[in-house]
Unconditional design. Sequence first.
Length: 202
Amino acid sequence: MPTNFRVHAAGAFAGLIMAGCLMMAVGVGADSRTIVEESTGTKFDEMTRSDGRAYRCLGVGVRKLAFVTVYALAFCVDAAHADTAVSDYVKKHHAGLRGKPLAEALQKDSRFFETLAQTKHSRLVILKMQRNVSQNQLRSTLRRSLSSLVPEAKLDELDAAITKGAKKGQVVTISAAGPKLTVNVAGEVNVVDDADVARNLF
Protein backbone atom coordinates (compact mmCIF):
# COMPACT_ATOMS: atom_id res chain seq x y z
CA MET A 1 0.00 0.00 0.00
CA PRO A 2 1.46 3.41 -0.90
CA THR A 3 2.76 5.33 2.08
CA ASN A 4 1.06 8.53 0.91
CA PHE A 5 -2.40 6.94 0.97
CA ARG A 6 -4.92 9.03 2.91
CA VAL A 7 -8.53 8.36 3.88
CA HIS A 8 -10.60 11.51 3.76
CA ALA A 9 -13.91 11.82 5.58
CA ALA A 10 -16.46 14.35 4.34
CA GLY A 11 -18.64 14.19 7.40
CA ALA A 12 -20.34 11.84 9.84
CA PHE A 13 -21.14 8.27 8.81
CA ALA A 14 -24.74 9.16 8.01
CA GLY A 15 -23.53 11.24 5.10
CA LEU A 16 -21.97 8.20 3.44
CA ILE A 17 -25.21 6.27 3.20
CA MET A 18 -27.67 8.86 1.93
CA ALA A 19 -27.37 7.34 -1.53
CA GLY A 20 -27.20 3.80 -0.20
CA CYS A 21 -29.74 1.00 -0.52
CA LEU A 22 -32.90 1.96 1.33
CA MET A 23 -35.03 -0.97 0.21
CA MET A 24 -34.68 -2.67 3.61
CA ALA A 25 -35.96 0.42 5.37
CA VAL A 26 -39.20 0.43 3.39
CA GLY A 27 -39.56 -3.30 2.62
CA VAL A 28 -39.03 -3.28 -1.14
CA GLY A 29 -36.96 -5.45 -3.45
CA ALA A 30 -34.50 -6.82 -0.89
CA ASP A 31 -33.65 -10.26 0.38
CA SER A 32 -35.18 -10.83 3.81
CA ARG A 33 -31.81 -11.62 5.35
CA THR A 34 -29.22 -9.41 3.61
CA ILE A 35 -28.73 -5.89 2.34
CA VAL A 36 -26.21 -5.35 -0.46
CA GLU A 37 -23.93 -2.41 -1.24
CA GLU A 38 -24.25 -2.66 -5.01
CA SER A 39 -21.04 -0.99 -6.19
CA THR A 40 -18.87 -3.52 -4.30
CA GLY A 41 -21.31 -6.42 -4.01
CA THR A 42 -20.67 -6.44 -0.26
CA LYS A 43 -23.42 -8.12 1.75
CA PHE A 44 -24.54 -7.22 5.25
CA ASP A 45 -26.98 -9.11 7.43
CA GLU A 46 -30.23 -7.21 7.85
CA MET A 47 -30.30 -8.27 11.51
CA THR A 48 -27.07 -8.40 13.48
CA ARG A 49 -25.80 -8.30 17.06
CA SER A 50 -23.05 -6.29 18.69
CA ASP A 51 -22.15 -6.05 22.39
CA GLY A 52 -25.19 -8.13 23.25
CA ARG A 53 -27.63 -5.84 21.41
CA ALA A 54 -29.72 -6.61 18.36
CA TYR A 55 -29.54 -4.15 15.45
CA ARG A 56 -31.36 -3.74 12.17
CA CYS A 57 -29.33 -2.37 9.26
CA LEU A 58 -31.21 0.31 7.34
CA GLY A 59 -28.77 1.56 4.72
CA VAL A 60 -25.43 0.97 3.06
CA GLY A 61 -22.76 3.06 1.37
CA VAL A 62 -19.07 3.31 0.58
CA ARG A 63 -16.06 5.43 1.47
CA LYS A 64 -14.04 6.25 -1.62
CA LEU A 65 -10.71 7.97 -2.10
CA ALA A 66 -10.68 9.33 -5.63
CA PHE A 67 -11.64 6.19 -7.61
CA VAL A 68 -10.54 3.72 -4.93
CA THR A 69 -13.11 2.19 -2.58
CA VAL A 70 -11.73 1.98 0.96
CA TYR A 71 -14.64 0.26 2.70
CA ALA A 72 -18.32 -0.59 2.33
CA LEU A 73 -20.46 0.21 5.33
CA ALA A 74 -23.87 -0.45 6.81
CA PHE A 75 -25.72 1.82 9.21
CA CYS A 76 -27.83 0.03 11.81
CA VAL A 77 -30.21 1.04 14.60
CA ASP A 78 -31.38 -0.75 17.74
CA ALA A 79 -33.70 -3.41 16.32
CA ALA A 80 -36.41 -2.72 18.88
CA HIS A 81 -36.76 0.85 17.64
CA ALA A 82 -35.72 0.73 13.97
CA ASP A 83 -39.18 0.28 12.45
CA THR A 84 -40.65 3.05 14.60
CA ALA A 85 -37.80 5.42 13.76
CA VAL A 86 -38.37 4.92 10.04
CA SER A 87 -42.17 5.01 10.13
CA ASP A 88 -42.27 8.15 12.29
CA TYR A 89 -40.03 9.97 9.81
CA VAL A 90 -42.00 8.74 6.80
CA LYS A 91 -45.32 9.83 8.31
CA LYS A 92 -43.94 13.30 8.95
CA HIS A 93 -42.07 13.91 5.71
CA HIS A 94 -43.31 11.47 3.06
CA ALA A 95 -46.88 10.65 3.98
CA GLY A 96 -48.73 8.79 1.24
CA LEU A 97 -45.67 7.25 -0.41
CA ARG A 98 -45.12 3.51 -0.40
CA GLY A 99 -42.74 0.96 -1.90
CA LYS A 100 -40.26 2.02 -4.55
CA PRO A 101 -41.43 5.69 -4.75
CA LEU A 102 -40.82 5.98 -1.01
CA ALA A 103 -37.36 4.40 -1.30
CA GLU A 104 -36.45 6.82 -4.07
CA ALA A 105 -37.72 9.79 -2.06
CA LEU A 106 -35.70 8.76 0.97
CA GLN A 107 -32.57 8.36 -1.16
CA LYS A 108 -32.86 12.03 -2.11
CA ASP A 109 -33.70 13.17 1.42
CA SER A 110 -30.51 14.21 3.23
CA ARG A 111 -32.43 14.62 6.49
CA PHE A 112 -33.45 10.96 6.69
CA PHE A 113 -30.18 9.38 7.79
CA GLU A 114 -29.19 12.53 9.66
CA THR A 115 -32.32 12.03 11.75
CA LEU A 116 -31.58 8.35 12.30
CA ALA A 117 -27.98 9.17 13.24
CA GLN A 118 -29.23 11.51 15.94
CA THR A 119 -31.60 9.02 17.53
CA LYS A 120 -31.29 8.48 21.26
CA HIS A 121 -31.29 4.73 20.66
CA SER A 122 -28.20 2.60 20.09
CA ARG A 123 -26.53 2.83 16.67
CA LEU A 124 -23.99 0.65 14.89
CA VAL A 125 -21.80 1.14 11.84
CA ILE A 126 -20.20 -1.90 10.19
CA LEU A 127 -17.19 -1.27 7.94
CA LYS A 128 -16.08 -4.06 5.61
CA MET A 129 -12.63 -3.19 4.35
CA GLN A 130 -12.04 -3.23 0.60
CA ARG A 131 -8.30 -2.55 0.96
CA ASN A 132 -5.66 -2.35 3.68
CA VAL A 133 -5.90 0.68 5.96
CA SER A 134 -3.24 1.50 8.54
CA GLN A 135 -3.90 2.48 12.13
CA ASN A 136 -3.10 6.13 11.35
CA GLN A 137 -5.34 6.17 8.29
CA LEU A 138 -8.25 4.74 10.26
CA ARG A 139 -7.69 7.29 12.99
CA SER A 140 -7.60 10.07 10.40
CA THR A 141 -10.95 8.99 8.97
CA LEU A 142 -12.71 9.32 12.32
CA ARG A 143 -10.91 12.51 13.35
CA ARG A 144 -12.01 14.25 10.19
CA SER A 145 -15.60 13.21 10.85
CA LEU A 146 -15.52 14.79 14.30
CA SER A 147 -13.01 17.64 13.99
CA SER A 148 -15.65 20.38 13.83
CA LEU A 149 -17.92 18.80 16.43
CA VAL A 150 -15.86 17.91 19.50
CA PRO A 151 -12.74 19.31 21.23
CA GLU A 152 -9.28 18.09 20.25
CA ALA A 153 -8.75 16.35 23.58
CA LYS A 154 -11.77 14.13 22.96
CA LEU A 155 -10.45 13.23 19.53
CA ASP A 156 -7.33 12.01 21.29
CA GLU A 157 -9.53 9.67 23.35
CA LEU A 158 -10.91 8.21 20.14
CA ASP A 159 -7.43 7.83 18.68
CA ALA A 160 -6.40 5.83 21.73
CA ALA A 161 -9.25 3.38 21.09
CA ILE A 162 -7.93 2.54 17.62
CA THR A 163 -4.92 0.40 18.40
CA LYS A 164 -4.33 -1.16 14.99
CA GLY A 165 -5.23 -0.92 11.32
CA ALA A 166 -7.46 -3.22 9.29
CA LYS A 167 -6.69 -5.37 6.27
CA LYS A 168 -8.77 -6.00 3.18
CA GLY A 169 -11.59 -8.38 4.07
CA GLN A 170 -11.57 -7.54 7.78
CA VAL A 171 -14.46 -5.88 9.62
CA VAL A 172 -14.49 -2.80 11.84
CA THR A 173 -17.57 -2.06 13.95
CA ILE A 174 -18.34 1.12 15.83
CA SER A 175 -21.37 1.23 18.11
CA ALA A 176 -22.82 3.91 20.33
CA ALA A 177 -24.97 2.98 23.32
CA GLY A 178 -25.67 5.83 25.71
CA PRO A 179 -22.42 7.69 26.43
CA LYS A 180 -20.20 4.78 25.37
CA LEU A 181 -18.63 4.28 21.98
CA THR A 182 -17.29 0.78 21.35
CA VAL A 183 -14.68 0.37 18.62
CA ASN A 184 -13.89 -3.13 17.37
CA VAL A 185 -11.06 -3.25 14.83
CA ALA A 186 -10.83 -6.82 13.51
CA GLY A 187 -11.52 -8.29 16.94
CA GLU A 188 -9.59 -5.79 19.06
CA VAL A 189 -12.14 -3.95 21.21
CA ASN A 190 -11.78 -0.64 23.04
CA VAL A 191 -14.36 1.65 24.63
CA VAL A 192 -14.55 5.45 24.72
CA ASP A 193 -16.77 6.61 27.59
CA ASP A 194 -17.69 10.07 26.35
CA ALA A 195 -21.20 11.22 25.45
CA ASP A 196 -20.03 13.91 23.00
CA VAL A 197 -17.96 11.48 20.95
CA ALA A 198 -20.68 8.81 21.00
CA ARG A 199 -23.37 11.28 19.94
CA ASN A 200 -21.49 13.14 17.23
CA LEU A 201 -19.58 10.41 15.38
CA PHE A 202 -22.72 9.22 13.62
